[in-house]
Design a protein around this ligand. Sequence first.
Ligand SMILES: CC(C)(COP(=O)(O)OP(=O)(O)OC[C@H]1O[C@@H](n2cnc3c(N)ncnc32)[C@H](O)[C@@H]1OP(=O)(O)O)[C@@H](O)C(=O)NCCC(=O)NCCS
Length: 147
Amino acid sequence: MNFHTRKWVRPEDLNANGTLFGGSLLRWIDEEAAIYAIIQLGNYRCVTKYISEINFEASAEQGDLIEMGLVATHFGRTSMTMRAVVRNMITRRTILSIEKIVFVSLGDEGIPEPHGYSTITYARDRMPTTHPKTGTIAVPTAGEERR
Ligand SMILES: CC(C)(COP(=O)(O)OP(=O)(O)OC[C@H]1O[C@@H](n2cnc3c(N)ncnc32)[C@H](O)[C@@H]1OP(=O)(O)O)[C@@H](O)C(=O)NCCC(=O)NCCS
């Protein structure tokens, strides 16, 4: 599992107890999982379908650094399942782990569409080159450099 994203716990991310607000953490995880799904399934139209039990095991305080890790555990026909772990980089404790986060790849009509992948990519080879809302080509294709 790669821990790509790190966050600094800021005052706006605290609950009434003065520790990390669970809602902020879930927002970060969902965003991270969405980006991971786009990279793995090569489709901007990936939506959260299912999140399994979330057990907050430890917390974080203002100023702490946390890191989020994701890994694909199953490629279905239209879906992909991931596992997530969030750690406190200061205390080194696991804040939470989620066994299953399922994202579904959608077609233009908004219905599930087969993605055709069965293994993890560690490159950017599946990145979509067009954005469905704007139709613009925003991502350079392999070998091209952004000017
Ligand atoms: C995503 C959505 C289009 C799927 O519709 P659906 O009728 O469940 O579609 P399907 O039954 O064809 O299932 C699609 C995939 O999801 C999987 N799936 C469906 N329900 C699931 C569940 N409860 N848990 C895990 N996977 C599930 C199916 O196994 C299937 O995967 P596969 O093709 O890899 O086998 C629909 O549920 C939806 O629009 N949900 C809202 C998504 C959203 O807006 N999320 C953002 C947060 S609000």
